[in-house]
Design a protein around this ligand. Structure first.
Ligand code: ADP
Ligand code: ZN
Ligand code: ZN
Length: 802
């Protein structure tokens, strides 16, 4: 009997390795790597899930092996590449291999679902006896091994397929369709016997005779496109002319239906980029390119033409974007160029839709995948190119276990697939730009905007000035008059507010009391829609106080400004202007982002007001003014990347102005007009910013001069948390050289979340060969503590330290 190596679904350190199980005789050939199975585990009768990693002829194990209880999937759900990736990922992110395997699956397979056998042929006796007259056969955990074996054989012979159906969700949208057993001659005969006034029947029979090859045809197609009614179909069915059957249809993701585009003639800079990348595609070199291109330099066309290069060589392409709903224009451009060959994976998809797209990829129906972070696990094979747009975005790093960075996974897959990776940004992360400096990445700079359009003129407004501090609202006289001029010219403006909510927190002007969450140690936020104060971390809510809970003064009020408030100010200042607001509140509904952007694109509004989400990737030719209300908010983050984040945000949003023939203007309001992040962003001068920031990182031993690992400990008892943190620190000290820097333990900025106290230790280091192993051991040694209520997390190269 052969043996399977299985990673079981028991997320502990002790079980974080493959276990061997016997493959029952009946399941030989059925069990293959990448499939999920159920196995007995431990002493009792407990059965758990596991992933088959490898199948081998015999075991080296001396004791008695238990057999696999049953197979869960009748076809592998992960490829060999993904299985290999899971081992690497688990090691790199200090997570369990089982968590990595689960992360790679489309979410439908992690949810509750059913599995069905769907026939692909109609005349096979084995298939028919399995179906027993039903349209599909449900695979339950009761089916015996013989049936499993039969299904497996039928699947391999392409006589049936397996479909997953999420429970409580109609995955396979069943549609009524028409077919017929009659041939062309019989149809014509039938037609001649109809009364001449039976117009609908004649139309239907004509249609069938002309389209015999493409039957069955769905009711709604007949209805919408040929004007043949349901009633007519039913009549024909009664007269035995047609048959009505049910067909399943794969749902298509909504809202994406862009116009077809063709290649543009490249500028010199674009041509250089396309040539270099194409060469690496052809030579199958797993190199990483960093395109540092100013906003509006035409990076997208470089992506599109290199993707085309990969497709011409019969390869596939994977393109990552920060968050699909925020970058609908990018998705439209890819779909506009490659049409049906593109699968789009985004968070707006339902489980079922996600599964459909995943199936299309797996079946090789698509050649290009566009998606956010987790799309990096898309089951593409023969990848010829991987693109990461806006590579500096923090959303490429997962905040939860496994804490992976999509860039690292992309580079791993590029090595296996022998293809280049292209990172693109106007404001590359310091890490990537530093690697390009050292020659690890190939730097491609695109310094010019398309058509030599000048970069926008940026004006920094010092809000500490007498003139500006005198104004009542949030709009300086300079921004107000610039907006007025823009409106007078019938052009458009974008206004960025670096915040969310109506106003961020409530403060007493008498005693300084700030209303905070009882669980989380953070300010509560006023939600106008709910009329309540709410915690953004744990969701706690309470009524709005009208007197100060501390000193009973009535002078408690809102502090800071939210988008709704700015919207009101805009309406007061410019009563004729049409304002669109885009923030978390107005974009909650599916497709809301795209709709707002579409309206703005069609010039149905004059001003687009929004939070960070409007800063990215928008390309509207009529926008000639960008106003930033509060440039400082990100500067005050307690994070060493605060300047980098501020520079990125301001550069990106400024880049939205003046992208077509008209010159753009940007007005940045700030209390820190002399800060280099703000001054360099105003000049769109990445290189100067990079040098200054590198100097400061060097001074204070931060990334990219040092690697960073963050270890956080949490427990409901603050004393216990601290004690455990100090113990951890001691453990680390023994493994580190004198050159490493160990900070903490210190409470996180929000020291208490969901009733747990958080402390963190930061390790900064250059070369510590022991560290990795020691951290793994620590995870092992703290298993019992985790069971008793501790949370211990290790984050390699954290994106936020808070
Ligand atoms: P980036 O992503 O670098 O900010 P885009 O890719 O959005 O810039 O390009 C800016 C604009 O220039 C877009 O409207 C795009 O259609 C246009 N464009 C890009 N390349 C060309 C080209 N070779 N010829 C003409 N227009 C181009
Ligand atoms: Zn008070
Ligand atoms: Zn809270």
């Amino acid at each position: 009997m052969s043996v399977a190596e299985i990673i079981v679904d028991v997320p502990t350190m002790q079980t974080n390795r493959p276990f061997e199980y016997l493959i029952p005789e009946a399941l030989t050939d059925v069990v293959v790597p990448g499939m999920r199975v159920e196995v007995p585990f431990g002493r009792g009768k407990r059965k758990i899930q596991g992933f088959v990693m490898q199948v081998k002829a015999e075991s080296d194990f001396q004791g008695k092996l238990k057999p696999i209880s049953r197979v869960i999937d009748l076809k592998p759900v992960l490829s060999q590449e993904m299985l290999d990736l899971s081992a690497w990922l688990a090691d790199r992110t200090y997570s369990f291999q089982i968590s990595c395997l689960q992360t790679m699956l489309p979410s439908v397979m992690r949810a509750k679902y059913k599995q069905f056998v769907i026939p692909l042929v109609s005349d096979n006796p084995e298939v028919n006896s399995l179906l027993n007259g039903q349209p599909s056969f449900e695979i339950t955990n009761q089916i015996d091994d013989e049936t499993v074996k039969l299904i497996n054989r039928l699947r391999k012979n392409k006589q049936v397929d397996i479909q997953y159906v999420v429970q409580n969700q109609a995955l396979q949208v069943k549609r009524q369709a028409v077919t017929t057993d009659l041939n062309v001659i019989q149809l014509h005969e039938a037609k001649s016997q109809l009364r001449p006034n039976a117009k609908a029947q004649i139309k239907l029979l004509d249609f069938l005779a002309d389209n015999l090859q493409s039957l069955p045809v769905e009711f709604n197609v007949l209805e919408k496109e040929y004007g043949i009614s349901r009633a007519a179909i039913k009549t024909a069915e009664k007269n035995n002319l047609v048959k009505v059957i049910e067909v399943t249809k794969l749902r298509k993701p909504v809202g994406i239906n862009p116009e077809q585009t063709t290649k543009l003639a490249l500028t010199d800079e674009q041509q250089v980029a396309v040539d270099q990348i194409s060469e690496a595609i052809t030579a199958e070199k797993p190199e990483t390119f960093l395109i540092e291109g100013v906003t509006g330099s035409g990076k997208t066309e470089v992506y599109l033409q290199t993707i085309e290069k990969a497709l011409q060589q019969d390869k596939t392409a994977l393109m990552l974007v920060p968050e699909i709903s925020l970058t609908p224009q990018m998705v439209n451009r890819v779909v506009g160029r490659f049409g049906d060959q593109v699968a789009v994976l985004h968070s707006g998809l339902s489980n079922g839709e996600r599964y459909d797209e995943w199936t299309r990829i797996e079946n090789h129906d698509v050649k290009v995948v566009v998606g956010a972070r987790s799309a990096v696990f898309a089951p593409l094979d023969k990848i010829g190119l991987i693109i990461i747009d806006e590579e500096h975005e923090a959303s490429y790093k997962q905040d939860d276990n496994p804490r992976y960075h999509a860039r690292d996974v992309a580079q791993w897959r590029a090595k296996v697939n022998k293809c280049p990776v292209v990172l693109g940004s106007a404001t590359p992360s310091l890490e990537s730009r530093a690697r390009a400096e050292k020659g690890v990445y190939k730097l491609i700079r695109m310094k010019k905007r398309i058509n030599n359009q000048t970069l926008p003129k940026v004006h920094i407004v010092d809000m500490r000035d007498a003139e500006n501090s005198a104004v009542k609202g949030d709009f300086s006289p300079a921004l107000t008059s610039a907006l007025q001029e823009t409106l007078d010219r019938h052009e458009q403006a974008i206004v960025l507010l670096n915040r969310r909510g109506y106003s961020s927190f409530m403060m007493c002007r008498e005693c300084g009391f700030v209303l905070k969450c009882p669980n989380c140690d953070v300010s509560l936020t006023y939600h106008k829609d709910l009329g309540k104060m709410k915690c953004h971390y744990c969701g706690h809510e309470e009524p709005v106080p009208n007197i100060c809970p501390n000193c009973h003064s009535k002078k408690i009020g809102f502090y800071g400004t939210g988008t709704q408030n700015i919207e009101q100010q805009l309406n007061d200042l410019f009563p004729q202007a049409r304002v669109l607001r885009m923030d978390v509140d107005t974009t909650r509904r599916k497709g809301a982002h795209a709709k707002i952007l579409q309206q703005f694109g069609q010039h149905k509004a004059d001003i687009l007001l929004g939070t960070q989400m409007i800063a990215k990737g928008l390309d509207f030719p009529d926008v000639t003014l960008v106003g930033v209300i509060n440039a400082d908010t990100t500067l005050s983050l307690a994070d060493f990347r605060a300047s980098e984040r501020t520079f990125q945000l301001l550069t990106q949003v400024s880049g939205r102005a003046g992208r077509a023939e008209k010159t753009g203007h940007v007005i940045i309001q700030t209390f820190n007009p002399d800060h280099y992040a703000i001054k360099d962003a105003a000049k769109q001068d990445y290189e100067t910013f990079f040098k200054q920031e590198m100097y400061l990182r060097h001074q204070s031993n931060y990334t990219p001069y040092y690697f960073t690992t963050l270890i956080s400990v949490a427990n409901q008892d603050e004393g216990k948390t601290l004690k455990q943190s100090y113990w951890l620190k001691k453990q680390l000290q023994t493994a580190l050289s004198k050159n490493a820097i160990l900070l903490g333990p210190s409470p996180t900025m929000i020291s208490r979340k969901q009733n747990k106290y958080y402390y963190q230790i930061i390790v900064k280091y250059k070369h510590e060969p022991q560290l990795h192993q020691r951290l793994l051991e620590i995870l092992n040694e703290t298993q019992a503590d985790v069971k008793s209520g501790f949370t211990i997390a290790i984050d390699n190269e954290p994106q936020h330290i808070d």
